[in-house]
Design a protein around this ligand. Structure first.
Ligand code: HEC
Ligand code: HEC
Length: 196
C-alpha cells in the first residue's frame, strides 16, 4: 500500500531528530521547494487562504504521509495536483521536518464562539483527544487540529464523512464522522480553531 522508501526514511529521520525536538530552537531554514507552497499555505506555514490548511506545527510524520498519499493518489490532491507529483522523497522529508519545526498557528482570530458543553458532548464519546492528544496538538500520523482554519476543518470532516478522504489505517476518521450533522461539524471546527 505505502511507498516503502519514504517510510524507511521516515523512521531514520525521526530517530535522528527526536532528542533535538525538546530544546527551543531558532526558526528552521526553509528548503527551496517550500517557496512554491507560500501562495496557498502562507508565510511560515500559517494560511490566510480559505480552505487551505495551516501546516506549521503539524507532526512531521503526518505531513510526510499526506504528501505521499496525495502524490500516489490515495488522497485527492485537488489544486495541489501539479505541484505534489513533482516532489521527490527527499523534498517530502525536508518539507515535513521544516513545517513541523515552525511555531504552530495562533488561535484563529475569527472563530465563532461555541458552547463548550455542547461540543464536548459531541466530541467526548468519539474520543477525538485520544488520538489527536488532549490539547489537539497531534502526534505521529495524527493531525494537529488546534488553531487550524475552521473552513478547512469543515471541509476535511465533511470529506471523511462522505468517504471522499479515506486517510490512514482502518478509516478511524470515517467512523467518528459518519454520524455528525452539519451543525456538529461547524461547532467542532470553530471550537478547535479557537484553541491555542
Ligand atoms: C494552489 C494552492 C496550493 C499550493 C501551491 C500548495 N498547496 Fe498544499 N494544499 C492546498 C489545499 C487547498 C489543501 C487542502 C486539500 C483538501 O481539502 O483535501 C492542501 C493540503 C496540503 C497538505 C495536507 C495538510 C492537512 O492538514 O491535511 C499538505 C501537507 C500540503 N498541502 C503541503 C503542501 C506543500 C508542502 C506545498 C508546496 C510544495 C503545497 N502544499 C502547495 C493548496 C495548495
Ligand atoms: C482512532 C484515532 C482517531 C480518532 C478517535 C479521531 N481521529 Fe481525527 N484523525 C486521525 C488520523 C490518523 C488522521 C489522519 C488521517 C489521514 O491520514 O487522512 C486524522 C485526521 C483528522 C482531521 C484532518 C486534519 C487535517 O489537517 O487534514 C480532522 C479535522 C480530524 N481528524 C478531526 C477529528 C475529530 C473532530 C475527532 C473526534 C470527533 C477525531 N478526529 C477522532 C485519527 C483519529
Amino acid at each position: 500500500m505505502l511507498h516503502p522508501r519514504p517510510l524507511a526514511c521516515i523512521a531514520t529521520l525521526l530517530a535522528a531528530s527526536a532528542p533535538a525536538a525538546a530544546q527551543p530552537k531558532p526558526p528552521p531554514k526553509a528548503p527551496a521547494v517550500a517557496q512554491t507552497c507560500i501562495a496557498c499555505h502562507g508565510i511560515r506555514g500559517v494560511s490566510t487562504t480559505k480552505d487551505s490548511p495551516s501546516l506549521a506545527g503539524q507532526p512531521d510524520i503526518f505531513l510526510q504521509y499526506q504528501l505521499v498519499f496525495m502524490r500516489d493518489g490515495q488522497r485527492q490532491p485537488g489544486v495541489m495536483a501539479g505541484i505534489v507529483k513533482t516532489l521527490t522523497d527527499e523534498n517530502i522529508r525536508d518539507l515535513g521536518a521544516y513545517y513541523a519545526a515552525l511555531a504552530p498557528p495562533p488561535p484563529f482570530a475569527k472563530a465563532e464562539p461555541v458552547d463548550a458543553d455542547k461540543v464536548n458532548a459531541i466530541m467526548g464519546p468519539r474520543r477525538c483527544g485520544n488520538c489527536h492528544k488532549e490539547d489537539f496538538s497531534g502526534q505521529g500520523e495524527t493531525a494537529r487540529l488546534a488553531g487550524q482554519r475552521p473552513d478547512y476543518l469543515i471541509k476535511s470532516l465533511t470529506d471523511f464523512r462522505a468517504g471522499v478522504r479515506r486517510g490512514r489505517g482502518m478509516g478511524a476518521m470515517m467512523e467518528v464522522s459518519v454520524t455528525l450533522q452539519d451543525e456538529d461539524i461547524a461547532m467542532i471546527a470553530h471550537y478547535l480553531a479557537s484553541k491555542p
